[in-house]
Design a protein around this ligand. Structure first.
Ligand code: HPA
Ligand code: ZN
Length: 326
Protein backbone atom coordinates (compact mmCIF):
# COMPACT_ATOMS: atom_id res chain seq x y z
CA UNK A 1 0.00 0.00 0.00
CA UNK A 2 0.94 3.67 0.09
CA UNK A 3 2.56 3.49 3.50
CA UNK A 4 4.76 0.58 2.34
CA UNK A 5 5.82 2.59 -0.71
CA UNK A 6 6.64 5.54 1.55
CA UNK A 7 8.79 3.27 3.77
CA UNK A 8 10.57 1.79 0.75
CA UNK A 9 11.49 5.25 -0.51
CA UNK A 10 12.82 6.60 2.79
CA UNK A 11 16.60 6.83 2.88
CA UNK A 12 17.70 5.12 6.08
CA UNK A 13 20.61 3.79 8.08
CA UNK A 14 20.76 0.43 9.80
CA UNK A 15 22.51 0.52 13.19
CA UNK A 16 21.78 -2.92 14.66
CA UNK A 17 22.70 -5.74 12.33
CA UNK A 18 24.76 -8.81 13.21
CA UNK A 19 26.41 -9.80 9.96
CA UNK A 20 26.36 -13.48 10.99
CA UNK A 21 22.61 -13.08 11.49
CA UNK A 22 22.20 -12.21 7.82
CA UNK A 23 23.27 -15.75 6.82
CA UNK A 24 20.26 -16.96 4.83
CA UNK A 25 19.41 -20.68 4.88
CA UNK A 26 20.34 -20.97 1.17
CA UNK A 27 23.84 -19.59 1.76
CA UNK A 28 24.21 -21.65 4.94
CA UNK A 29 23.40 -24.78 2.97
CA UNK A 30 25.73 -23.85 0.06
CA UNK A 31 28.63 -22.96 2.36
CA UNK A 32 28.22 -26.19 4.31
CA UNK A 33 28.71 -28.06 1.03
CA UNK A 34 31.49 -25.80 -0.26
CA UNK A 35 33.43 -26.14 3.00
CA UNK A 36 32.57 -29.75 3.82
CA UNK A 37 30.95 -28.81 7.13
CA UNK A 38 28.40 -31.31 8.47
CA UNK A 39 25.07 -29.73 9.43
CA UNK A 40 22.08 -31.52 10.98
CA UNK A 41 19.77 -30.42 8.16
CA UNK A 42 19.07 -32.24 4.89
CA UNK A 43 17.57 -29.25 3.09
CA UNK A 44 17.11 -25.49 3.10
CA UNK A 45 13.51 -26.14 4.13
CA UNK A 46 14.63 -28.09 7.20
CA UNK A 47 16.91 -25.25 8.20
CA UNK A 48 14.07 -22.78 7.96
CA UNK A 49 11.82 -25.02 10.03
CA UNK A 50 14.37 -24.97 12.85
CA UNK A 51 13.95 -21.20 13.18
CA UNK A 52 11.37 -21.23 15.93
CA UNK A 53 12.53 -19.67 19.16
CA UNK A 54 11.01 -19.16 22.57
CA UNK A 55 13.75 -16.91 23.94
CA UNK A 56 17.16 -15.38 23.17
CA UNK A 57 19.16 -18.47 24.17
CA UNK A 58 17.10 -20.73 21.87
CA UNK A 59 18.07 -18.47 19.00
CA UNK A 60 21.71 -18.12 20.02
CA UNK A 61 22.19 -21.91 20.02
CA UNK A 62 21.07 -22.07 16.37
CA UNK A 63 22.92 -18.85 15.45
CA UNK A 64 26.28 -20.17 16.69
CA UNK A 65 25.67 -23.47 14.95
CA UNK A 66 24.80 -21.65 11.72
CA UNK A 67 27.94 -19.52 11.68
CA UNK A 68 29.99 -22.75 11.84
CA UNK A 69 29.87 -22.91 8.03
CA UNK A 70 31.86 -19.65 7.74
CA UNK A 71 35.49 -20.67 7.38
CA UNK A 72 37.26 -18.69 4.66
CA UNK A 73 37.82 -15.00 4.02
CA UNK A 74 35.69 -15.38 0.88
CA UNK A 75 32.79 -16.71 2.96
CA UNK A 76 32.79 -13.52 5.05
CA UNK A 77 32.99 -11.46 1.87
CA UNK A 78 30.05 -13.31 0.28
CA UNK A 79 27.98 -13.02 3.47
CA UNK A 80 28.56 -9.28 3.74
CA UNK A 81 27.98 -8.68 0.05
CA UNK A 82 24.64 -10.51 0.17
CA UNK A 83 23.56 -8.32 3.10
CA UNK A 84 24.56 -5.14 1.27
CA UNK A 85 22.50 -6.17 -1.77
CA UNK A 86 19.45 -6.52 0.49
CA UNK A 87 20.23 -3.26 2.28
CA UNK A 88 20.58 -1.43 -1.02
CA UNK A 89 17.20 -2.79 -2.12
CA UNK A 90 15.70 -1.31 1.09
CA UNK A 91 17.18 2.14 0.37
CA UNK A 92 19.72 1.84 3.20
CA UNK A 93 22.40 4.52 2.75
CA UNK A 94 24.59 3.75 5.77
CA UNK A 95 25.21 0.59 7.83
CA UNK A 96 26.85 -0.02 11.20
CA UNK A 97 27.52 -3.73 11.29
CA UNK A 98 28.27 -5.96 14.27
CA UNK A 99 30.50 -8.97 13.97
CA UNK A 100 31.28 -11.67 16.55
CA UNK A 101 34.97 -12.56 16.11
CA UNK A 102 34.95 -14.92 19.09
CA UNK A 103 32.34 -17.05 17.32
CA UNK A 104 34.96 -17.64 14.63
CA UNK A 105 38.37 -17.54 16.30
CA UNK A 106 37.24 -20.20 18.79
CA UNK A 107 36.71 -22.48 15.75
CA UNK A 108 40.19 -21.76 14.44
CA UNK A 109 39.23 -19.14 11.85
CA UNK A 110 41.88 -16.39 11.84
CA UNK A 111 40.69 -12.96 12.99
CA UNK A 112 42.38 -11.51 9.90
CA UNK A 113 40.22 -13.57 7.52
CA UNK A 114 37.02 -12.51 9.27
CA UNK A 115 37.71 -8.79 9.30
CA UNK A 116 39.32 -8.67 5.84
CA UNK A 117 36.42 -10.51 4.18
CA UNK A 118 33.83 -8.26 5.82
CA UNK A 119 35.64 -4.99 5.25
CA UNK A 120 36.54 -5.75 1.62
CA UNK A 121 32.83 -6.26 0.91
CA UNK A 122 31.95 -3.03 2.76
CA UNK A 123 34.48 -1.12 0.65
CA UNK A 124 33.05 -2.63 -2.56
CA UNK A 125 29.50 -1.81 -1.39
CA UNK A 126 30.48 1.81 -0.98
CA UNK A 127 31.99 1.83 -4.48
CA UNK A 128 29.01 0.11 -6.08
CA UNK A 129 26.11 1.77 -4.25
CA UNK A 130 27.57 4.58 -2.16
CA UNK A 131 26.57 2.82 1.07
CA UNK A 132 28.84 4.11 3.84
CA UNK A 133 29.64 1.83 6.76
CA UNK A 134 31.14 1.35 10.18
CA UNK A 135 32.21 -1.96 11.74
CA UNK A 136 31.54 -2.74 15.42
CA UNK A 137 33.36 -5.63 17.10
CA UNK A 138 31.10 -7.36 19.63
CA UNK A 139 32.32 -9.23 22.68
CA UNK A 140 30.38 -12.37 23.59
CA UNK A 141 29.12 -11.66 27.10
CA UNK A 142 28.69 -15.34 28.07
CA UNK A 143 32.51 -15.57 27.87
CA UNK A 144 34.72 -13.89 30.46
CA UNK A 145 36.34 -10.48 30.37
CA UNK A 146 39.81 -11.98 29.80
CA UNK A 147 38.54 -13.48 26.52
CA UNK A 148 37.18 -10.07 25.52
CA UNK A 149 40.55 -8.49 26.37
CA UNK A 150 42.33 -11.08 24.20
CA UNK A 151 39.93 -10.31 21.34
CA UNK A 152 40.60 -6.59 21.66
CA UNK A 153 44.34 -7.39 21.53
CA UNK A 154 43.77 -9.24 18.25
CA UNK A 155 41.90 -6.24 16.86
CA UNK A 156 44.70 -3.73 17.49
CA UNK A 157 46.36 -4.17 14.05
CA UNK A 158 42.94 -3.53 12.41
CA UNK A 159 41.77 -0.47 14.34
CA UNK A 160 41.59 1.51 11.09
CA UNK A 161 38.73 -0.80 10.09
CA UNK A 162 36.89 -0.80 13.45
CA UNK A 163 34.70 2.08 14.68
CA UNK A 164 33.62 0.64 17.98
CA UNK A 165 32.98 -2.27 20.28
CA UNK A 166 29.70 -3.79 21.43
CA UNK A 167 28.37 -6.46 23.75
CA UNK A 168 26.04 -9.25 22.67
CA UNK A 169 24.96 -12.88 23.30
CA UNK A 170 23.23 -14.23 26.44
CA UNK A 171 22.21 -11.20 28.49
CA UNK A 172 20.71 -12.34 31.79
CA UNK A 173 23.45 -13.25 34.27
CA UNK A 174 26.06 -11.33 32.25
CA UNK A 175 25.64 -7.68 33.25
CA UNK A 176 27.55 -4.90 31.49
CA UNK A 177 29.67 -4.38 34.63
CA UNK A 178 31.38 -7.71 33.88
CA UNK A 179 33.16 -5.89 31.02
CA UNK A 180 34.07 -2.57 32.64
CA UNK A 181 37.84 -2.87 32.11
CA UNK A 182 37.81 -3.92 28.49
CA UNK A 183 35.31 -1.18 27.62
CA UNK A 184 37.51 1.38 29.40
CA UNK A 185 40.46 0.23 27.31
CA UNK A 186 38.41 0.35 24.10
CA UNK A 187 37.43 3.93 24.95
CA UNK A 188 41.06 4.88 25.53
CA UNK A 189 41.83 3.49 22.06
CA UNK A 190 39.34 5.98 20.60
CA UNK A 191 36.62 3.42 19.88
CA UNK A 192 32.90 4.09 20.13
CA UNK A 193 31.01 1.97 22.65
CA UNK A 194 27.63 0.25 22.43
CA UNK A 195 26.00 -2.62 24.34
CA UNK A 196 22.91 -4.78 24.09
CA UNK A 197 20.92 -4.01 27.22
CA UNK A 198 17.31 -4.38 28.30
CA UNK A 199 16.43 -6.98 25.64
CA UNK A 200 15.81 -9.70 28.24
CA UNK A 201 17.84 -8.13 31.03
CA UNK A 202 16.43 -5.68 33.60
CA UNK A 203 16.54 -1.86 33.47
CA UNK A 204 19.50 -2.06 35.85
CA UNK A 205 21.59 -3.43 32.94
CA UNK A 206 20.74 -0.32 30.91
CA UNK A 207 21.89 1.84 33.84
CA UNK A 208 25.12 -0.16 34.01
CA UNK A 209 25.75 0.15 30.27
CA UNK A 210 25.40 3.94 30.55
CA UNK A 211 27.12 4.54 33.90
CA UNK A 212 29.76 1.81 34.11
CA UNK A 213 30.60 1.22 30.44
CA UNK A 214 29.79 4.76 29.28
CA UNK A 215 28.18 3.57 26.04
CA UNK A 216 27.29 5.96 23.22
CA UNK A 217 24.18 3.96 22.26
CA UNK A 218 21.98 1.19 23.68
CA UNK A 219 21.05 -1.83 21.54
CA UNK A 220 17.40 -2.85 22.11
CA UNK A 221 16.69 -1.06 25.41
CA UNK A 222 13.09 -2.31 25.56
CA UNK A 223 13.05 -2.80 29.31
CA UNK A 224 14.27 0.74 29.94
CA UNK A 225 10.57 1.64 29.64
CA UNK A 226 9.95 -0.07 33.00
CA UNK A 227 11.94 2.69 34.73
CA UNK A 228 10.44 6.19 34.43
CA UNK A 229 13.61 7.89 35.63
CA UNK A 230 15.63 6.02 33.03
CA UNK A 231 13.18 7.01 30.29
CA UNK A 232 13.60 10.70 31.19
CA UNK A 233 17.34 10.35 31.23
CA UNK A 234 17.52 8.58 27.84
CA UNK A 235 15.22 11.21 26.32
CA UNK A 236 17.02 14.12 28.01
CA UNK A 237 20.51 13.01 27.02
CA UNK A 238 19.48 12.14 23.46
CA UNK A 239 20.64 8.53 23.77
CA UNK A 240 19.83 6.40 20.72
CA UNK A 241 18.07 3.05 21.16
CA UNK A 242 18.40 0.53 18.32
CA UNK A 243 15.08 -1.34 18.48
CA UNK A 244 14.45 -4.53 16.48
CA UNK A 245 10.70 -5.23 16.18
CA UNK A 246 10.69 -8.57 14.32
CA UNK A 247 13.55 -9.82 16.51
CA UNK A 248 11.54 -8.89 19.60
CA UNK A 249 8.59 -10.86 18.23
CA UNK A 250 10.59 -13.97 17.23
CA UNK A 251 12.47 -14.07 20.55
CA UNK A 252 9.26 -13.57 22.54
CA UNK A 253 10.45 -10.28 24.03
CA UNK A 254 6.94 -9.21 22.95
CA UNK A 255 3.90 -11.46 22.35
CA UNK A 256 2.62 -9.61 19.30
CA UNK A 257 4.02 -6.94 17.03
CA UNK A 258 1.52 -4.41 18.40
CA UNK A 259 3.47 -4.54 21.66
CA UNK A 260 6.57 -3.08 20.00
CA UNK A 261 7.81 -0.23 22.20
CA UNK A 262 8.78 2.01 19.26
CA UNK A 263 5.72 4.32 19.39
CA UNK A 264 5.91 4.65 23.18
CA UNK A 265 9.59 5.53 22.88
CA UNK A 266 8.89 8.22 20.29
CA UNK A 267 6.07 9.59 22.45
CA UNK A 268 8.51 9.76 25.39
CA UNK A 269 10.94 11.82 23.31
CA UNK A 270 13.46 8.98 22.93
CA UNK A 271 15.61 8.75 19.81
CA UNK A 272 14.41 5.30 18.74
CA UNK A 273 15.54 3.58 15.55
CA UNK A 274 14.26 0.52 13.65
CA UNK A 275 16.62 -2.31 12.74
CA UNK A 276 16.61 -5.95 11.65
CA UNK A 277 19.12 -7.51 14.13
CA UNK A 278 19.44 -10.98 12.52
CA UNK A 279 17.24 -10.74 9.42
CA UNK A 280 17.88 -14.26 8.10
CA UNK A 281 16.57 -15.70 11.37
CA UNK A 282 13.80 -13.24 12.24
CA UNK A 283 11.91 -13.03 8.98
CA UNK A 284 12.75 -9.67 7.48
CA UNK A 285 15.22 -6.95 6.57
CA UNK A 286 14.90 -3.37 7.70
CA UNK A 287 11.94 -2.32 5.54
CA UNK A 288 9.97 -5.36 6.72
CA UNK A 289 10.59 -4.18 10.29
CA UNK A 290 9.30 -0.68 9.44
CA UNK A 291 6.26 -2.14 7.66
CA UNK A 292 5.38 -4.43 10.55
CA UNK A 293 5.27 -1.65 13.14
CA UNK A 294 3.82 0.96 10.78
CA UNK A 295 0.79 -1.23 10.31
CA UNK A 296 0.45 -2.60 13.86
CA UNK A 297 1.07 0.76 15.58
CA UNK A 298 -0.59 2.83 12.84
CA UNK A 299 2.46 5.07 12.52
CA UNK A 300 2.12 8.34 10.63
CA UNK A 301 4.43 9.46 7.86
CA UNK A 302 5.88 12.00 10.27
CA UNK A 303 6.71 9.23 12.74
CA UNK A 304 8.25 7.06 10.03
CA UNK A 305 10.31 9.99 8.82
CA UNK A 306 11.48 10.65 12.39
CA UNK A 307 12.57 7.02 12.74
CA UNK A 308 14.59 7.20 9.53
CA UNK A 309 16.11 10.55 10.53
CA UNK A 310 16.99 9.10 13.95
CA UNK A 311 18.94 6.34 12.21
CA UNK A 312 21.28 8.97 10.75
CA UNK A 313 21.51 11.28 13.77
CA UNK A 314 22.07 8.22 15.99
CA UNK A 315 24.84 6.89 13.75
CA UNK A 316 28.57 7.35 14.18
CA UNK A 317 28.84 9.41 10.99
CA UNK A 318 30.27 12.92 11.39
CA UNK A 319 27.69 15.72 11.56
CA UNK A 320 28.42 16.98 8.02
CA UNK A 321 27.74 13.53 6.57
CA UNK A 322 24.51 13.25 8.57
CA UNK A 323 23.36 16.67 7.35
CA UNK A 324 24.01 15.52 3.79
CA UNK A 325 21.99 12.31 4.22
CA UNK A 326 18.97 13.81 6.03
N1 HPA B 1 20.80 -10.30 21.34
C1 HPA B 1 21.95 -10.73 21.87
N2 HPA B 1 22.91 -11.27 21.16
C2 HPA B 1 22.74 -11.40 19.84
C3 HPA B 1 21.59 -10.98 19.24
C4 HPA B 1 20.56 -10.39 20.02
O1 HPA B 1 19.48 -9.96 19.56
N3 HPA B 1 21.74 -11.25 17.92
C5 HPA B 1 22.95 -11.82 17.74
N4 HPA B 1 23.57 -11.91 18.92
ZN1 ZN C 1 21.42 -7.70 18.38
Amino acid sequence: DQRDAYIAGLPKAELHLHIEGSLEPEMLFDLAQRNGVAIPFASVEEIRQAYNFSNLQDFLDIYYQGMGVLLKQQDFYDLTWAYLERAHADHVRHVEIFFDPQGHTERGVPFADVITGISDALADGEKQWGISSRLILCFLRHLDEAAAEATLDEAIPYLDKIAGVGLDSSEVGHPPSKFRNVFARARSLGLKLVAHAGEEGPPEYVHEALDILGVDRIDHGNRALEDAGLVSRIAGEGITLTVCPLSNLKLCVIDEIGQSPVARMLDAGIRATVNSDDPAYFGGYVNANYRAIASALDLSRAQLKTLAANSFTGSFLPEEAVAHLL
